[in-house]
Design a binder for this molecule. Structure first.
Ligand SMILES: *Cc1c(COP(=O)(O)O)cnc(C)c1O
Length: 379
């Protein structure tokens, strides 16, 4: 009998090894990975990340944040580039969002945070309270107060929730967990302008969309805006637990000495992996290729699944793709596994693809063929 809580619905498959973009289970079966964990091992099991981890283990794998950490400096530098941000490192997406909520409140002296219906921001009390889905919160009693939930892609709805106590608006550029729902460009631009005019901080949760997932380092770069606060996690260290909160330099005094912290945050091991990840993502042409390949995958899917009555819509941004379907999701996921492809679901009716950014054309074609098969055979 398991001694683990049953809070996850686990498949009986156990992956015990990985090679590039393939997972190998305990029976020796190989699977092409179109899930990257859940948008985590964005570069597959990349030799450069592996080498960085191995090298760091040889030196030292943890030091406390009471001492200099040149790796944190290095990762912050690579992450921030020419933006006017400061970085705080933690261990997960939820923690990054906690840090964002805390700095927005402290810097503004206000408490209200507007998020969106069907958003997902994490499972801690603050990030759960930020999340606009009842099913995530049921049974846990009162959440953190002063959160309200606007309609996604609806600026009037945001405006109707704003008052003198509004500190920030927080959103995903593509709502991931609830079904791969991209924000409209005009909505995002109008929202950013509105927030700036009203002195409300704009927080963009890039936990799933960031780190090259959409073909840009940050998905907000598709929208021509610069948020006040940005959160990252999933792909940031390609599988080593890490999160980050970036905020404009002028918010720095809100996180002065002693105001916030994390025991493990920005650990040497995580930073070594993250530094390697950033070297790969920022290498010449990598993100352009990612954008191109993500679009190729989306186009191929649209081509092979055109006129398929089981498909409602195929949508996404870069390598963050949703296939909305009338079919049973669990059956589709199982059918894909049987044929050697690992996919995710999102919301109630979407097969979610978060493939490695390092897929070859052959691997894309192979995955598309399997997806075409399962949607043709099922039912
Ligand atoms: C996964 C996710 C989170 C939560 O990240 P954890 O590391 O599980 O805490 C927060 N926001 C978004 C958009 C996510 O996709």
């Amino acid at each position: 009998m398991t001694k683990l809580f049953s809070n996850y619905k686990r498949s009986t498959i156990e992956f015990v090894k990985a090679q590039g973009n393939e997972l190998i289970d305990s029976q020796g079966k190989h699977y092409l990975d179109f899930s990257t964990g859940i948008g985590v091992t964005n570069l597959g099991f990349h030799p450069q990340v592996k080498a960085a981890l191995e090298n760091q283990v040889q030196e030292i794998w943890h030091t406390p944040n009471l001492y200099q950490n040149s790796l944190q400096e290095e990762v912050a530098q690579k992450l921030i580039g020419d933006y006017d941000y400061l970085a705080f490192f933690c261990n997960s997406g939820a923690e990054a969002n906690e840090a964002a909520i805390k700095i927005a409140r402290k810097a503004s002296g206000k408490q209200g945070i507007i998020t969106f219906q069907n958003s997902f921001h994490g499972r801690t009390f603050g990030s759960m309270s930020a999340t606009g889905q009842d099913k995530i919160k049921t049974g846990f009693g009162d959440g953190v107060p002063h959160f309200s939930y606007a309609k996604f892609n609806d600026l009037m709805s945001v405006k109707s929730l704003v008052d003198e106590q509004t500190a920030a608006v927080m959103l995903e550029m593509v709502q991931g967990e609830s079904g791969i729902l991209p924000a409209d460009k005009t909505f995002v631009q109008d929202l950013a302008a509105f927030c700036q005019e009203k002195g409300i901080y704009l927080i963009v949760d890039e936990v799933q969309t960031g780190m090259g997932r959409t073909g840009k380092l940050f998905s907000f770069e598709h929208y021509g805006i610069i948020p006040d606060i940005v959160t990252l996690a999933k792909g940031l260290a390609n599988g080593v637990p890490v999160g980050a909160m970036l905020a404009k330099t002028n918010l720095g005094s809100a996180f002065s000495y002693g105001s916030h912290g994390s025991t493990f945050g920005g650990n040497k091991l995580a930073m070594a992996a993250s530094s390697a990840v950033l070297d790969i993502l920022t290498s010449p042409g990598f993100l352009d290729q990612t954008w191109e390949n993500g679009n190729y995958l989306q186009d191929q899917l649209k081509k092979v699944l055109a006129n398929n009555p089981k498909i409602i819509q195929i949508r996404g941004l870069g390598y963050m793709i949703g296939i909305q379907t009338t079919e049973n999701l669990a059956d589709l996921v199982q059918a894909a596994r049987d044929k050697g492809l690992i996919v995710l679901t999102a919301g109630t009716d979407v097969i979610r693809l978060l493939p490695p950014l390092t897929l070859t054309k052959d691997e894309i074609d192979k995955g598309v063929a399997i997806l075409a098969d399962i949607f043709t055979e099922q039912g």
